[in-house]
Design a protein around this ligand. Structure first.
Ligand code: LLP
Length: 419
């Protein structure tokens, strides 16, 4: 995390001590580095130089408008999975012609909105969805640009909850029937076949599963072309992993060169849907220590962030590094569980982690929190969600205000008989 580094024992985001943000905005707070986002995007895009490509940031990883704008201004498109994401992508200035719409359960309303907006491509996940899109598009007198998500049955060798490319998963259509489904789709009214799509999973730290998936997609593309169906776009999804602990994922260049080798000579536009890779290590969650507690042989550091703010450890047992905002030389290192205030045993950020002794009021940064952090947060325990701040150089900008309890109860109503 190049833009989150220590200078004289103080953790900085770019040129700003992170503690200044905690002081100004309070905690817990998400902090994103603009330069990290922008540079990662530019480097990823440069790695695909020489190939006709479009990087559609998978905004489920981080839906903050300022983050989206960073990628949009850099030339990126957006991968959306709901009408809500579609609306936010367009509000962030994304040209609908650079939006791909993925997901197994697009509602008729969402399909209609996307058709009217004129998006680049629907990544269709079932025959019933295809029929629904066909019906809606013909009613509107439009042609829906469609790619079919084909499940390549590749094991991405990642956490079971985030692997999606296996036969047993709910995603995509089966590789074996794909050619027949394409042939049927090509005859449907209101459908214009534009491409093929696959996505095999997330936090993938090896290049081989991607190579295998792209190879299978290519074979399929050739079979589909033989049926007289032209495919302009090859969407290979997202999934490239990042370093949380000691993983050794492929670099952007290694990933790109492996993909480029597989698609050499194919006449089509390559669409990529990275989420985590672009945002994960561009953000941290800053939290303040409330109490220390010792029970039998175990030591706990209780912080003001909780699993509702960052669910990954609770949900996937995910590892996130935790760093003090100030390294105090000479402080004893102890093994602690870092836990939040929520009434769940799963409310933890780290277990048995060596950490310098922390005093109440001092702050920690939970690293690698830029992807699937705020975007998966909830109001469990009636906790208003944290503020989000973007840093650019020495300047910081609140890009989403901290919620209040008023926001949490907004929309609630008391029925007459309880008044
Ligand atoms: N495209 C599709 C169709 C997807 O389903 C996903 C992620 C992506 C792209 C982006 O994948 P990425 O490049 O970020 O790996 N909440 C989990 C991750 C769930 C990923 C869901 N799909 C986590 O925190 O690890």
């Amino acid at each position: 995390m190049k833009y989150f580094a220590y200078k004289d024992n103080a953790l900085f985001c770019e040129d700003l001590p992170v503690s200044e943000i905690a002081k100004k905005v309070g905690t817990p707070v998400y902090v994103y580095s603009y330069r990290a986002l922008k540079e990662t995007f530019d480097r990823f895009s440069a790695a695909f130089g020489g190939t006709d490509h479009l990087i559609c940031f998978s905004m489920k990883a981080n839906s903050n408008g300022a983050v989206l704008r960073t990628f949009v201004k850099a030339g990126g498109g957006i991968d959306v999975v709901t009408g809500g994401e579609l609306e936010r992508a367009m509000a962030a200035g994304c040209d609908p012609k650079k939006i791909v719409f993925s997901g197994v359960g697009k509602s008729s309303e969402e399909i209609k909105t996307a058709l009217v907006a004129g998006i680049l491509q629907f990544n269709v996940e079932s025959e019933e969805e295809l029929e629904n899109i066909s019906r809606i598009a013909s009613d509107l007198g439009k042609k829906a640009p469609v790619a079919i998500r084909v499940n390549p049955d590749v094991d991405p060798k990642t956490h079971a909850s985030i692997s999606t490319g296996l036969k047993s998963s709910k995603f995509g259509i089966c590789h074996d029937n794909a050619v027949e489904i394409y042939a049927r789709a090509a005859k449907m009214r209101g459908i214009e076949i534009v491409g093929i799509d696959c996505h095999i999973g997330s936090q993938i730290t090896r290049v081989e599963p991607f190579v295998e998936a792209v190879r299978k997609a290519r074979v399929l593309m050739e079979k589909i072309k033989k049926r007289g169906i032209a495919l302009k776009n090859l969407d290979i999804g997202g999934g490239l992993g990042i370093v949380y602990k000691d993983e050794t994922p492929p670099t952007a260049e290694e990933y790109a060169s492996a993909v480029k080798k597989e698609i050499a000579g194919l006449d089509c536009k390559l669409i990529l849907e990275p989420g985590r890779f672009l945002a994960g290590n561009a953000g941290v969650l800053v939290t303040q220590v409330l109490y220390n507690k010792e029970r039998e042989a175990k030591k706990f550091v209780i912080v003001d962030a909780a699993s509702n703010d960052l669910m990954r450890p609770a949900l996937y047992d995910a590892f996130h590094k935790i760093e003090p905002l100030h390294v105090e030389a000479g402080r004893e290192k102890v093994h602690v569980d870092v836990v939040g205030p929520i009434c769940e045993t799963g409310d933890f950020f780290a277990k048995e982690r060596p950490l310098q002794t922390m005093l109440p009021g001092e702050c920690l940064a939970i690293m690698g929190a830029g992807a699937y952090g705020f975007s998966m947060s909830s109001n469990y325990n009636s906790r208003p969600r944290p503020a989000e701040v973007m840093v650019n150089g020495r300047d910081s900008f609140v890009v989403r205000e901290r919620e209040t309890v008023k926001d949490v109860v907004k929309g609630e109503k008391v029925p007459g008989f309880l008044k």
